[in-house]
Design a binder for this molecule. Structure first.
Ligand code: ATP
Length: 325
């Protein structure tokens, strides 16, 4: 299911708090407002089957955007279309085709065993018993749900809860998934499981996924495209690699030399390539790949001595993001 967003804005009006006697009551009836424009004219299109990262610093407007996309909030102006439908006006039809997961809170019934929550959800969405069984079998295997099938949701570990929530969001087989911080607070293993599942949903089941996260490994491992929102406006919309390139952080290269090597004077200064550290026979070099090709870099490094081993690392994506924010 595709997404078409045209110039959406969201303003929140909050009454200015009054002081003195009956402050609460006077605030309630006050006509003095401050206006916060959380989203300031955002447009983008998402094609069916894309996996997109939606990132930005705290308070940038990510959740507000997601709420407008899912029809929970109505934009102050602008238009959202999901598969050609307005999620606010045609709520019933769109909800059937949407799956939403908020990492911070569960969409399941806290005191009920996981399987009972699934019974309620499938009933609510009118999923046939055959479809229900087929999907649950599939998700149980992919997400290892059996180990906590009969456990009340409140007793689940965070990782289990997230797996249970993801399966719940998929029970009515939505085309489009909105995920808000699905890996928040999880350990490395649990993150890996969730990412694997999301990859399968996108690549094998063809689901369109919009992922909000503060975890840059999520973005690197899952999303080809990333949108960056900053203070209510889109500051980048393009490939993940393109974002890395546009920042132009240096590639780190570790070269191990065999025997004697010589680092020329000029490579210590502001060249496209320069040595930053020498330890025994290992030289760490920073190279600007926009100015020099990999071949140029190798040729230069070979000129310094006989290379025994070489190891190249792209700049850490976390560092890239710091530059964008
Ligand atoms: N209901 C509301 N009333 C008033 N202001 C709001 C409301 N909801 C959000 N805001 C404000 O709008 C701005 C954007 O908030 P939003 O929750 O969309 O940010 P976010 O990018 O999701 O942040 P985070 O990464 O911290 O979750 C913030 O300044 C926030 O305080």
């Amino acid at each position: 299911m595709n997404i078409e967003v045209t110039e959406i804005r969201k303003q929140f009006k909050t009454p200015v708090p009054k002081e003195g006697r009956f402050a609460g009551l006077r605030t309630l009836f006050s006509r003095d407002y401050t206006v916060k424009e959380a989203v300031r004219g955002i447009s983008f299109q998402v094609n069916s089957g894309e996996f997109i990262g939606y990132i930005g610093p705290n308070g940038a407007g990510k959740s507000t955007t997601i709420k407008m996309l899912t029809g929970i909030l109505h934009p102050t102006s602008g238009k959202v279309l999901l598969g050609g439908m307005d999620p606010h006006k045609e709520r019933r039809q769109t909800v059937r085709r949407l799956g939403v997961v908020f990492g911070q809170r569960s969409g399941l019934w806290w005191d009920l065993p996981v399987k009972d929550s699934y019974d309620i959800l499938t009933e609510m969405y009118g999923v046939t018993p055959t479809d229900k069984k087929r999907r649950l079998d599939q998700f149980a295997e992919l997400l290892d749900l059996h180990e906590f099938w009969a456990t009340p949701v409140r007793k689940l570990s965070l990782g289990q809860r997230m797996r249970a929530d993801l399966a719940a969001a998929m029970l009515h087989d939505p085309d489009l998934l909105f995920l808000d911080e699905p890996t928040i607070g999880l350990d490395v293993n649990a993150k890996r499981n969730i990412r694997q599942f999301l990859k399968i949903l996108n690549e094998q089941f063809g689901k369109t996924i919009l992922l909000t996260t503060h975890d840059m490994d999520d973005i690197e491992q899952l999303c080809k495209r990333v949108m960056v929102i900053n203070d209510g406006e889109l500051s980048y919309d393009g490939t993940t690699q393109g974002l890395r390139d546009s920042i132009g952080l240096p590639t780190l290269i570790r070269v191990t030399y065999r025997g004697v090597f010589h680092i020329p004077e000029h490579s210590q200064t502001n060249m496209p390539i320069h040595a930053t550290k020498v330890q025994d026979n290992i030289v760490t070099v920073e190279a600007n790949r926009q100015e020099w090709s990999t071949m140029d870099i190798l040729r230069e490094l070979e000129g310094w001595g006989e290379i025994d081993d070489i190891d190249m690392a792209e700049p850490d994506f976390e560092d890239v993001i710091h530059r964008v924010y």
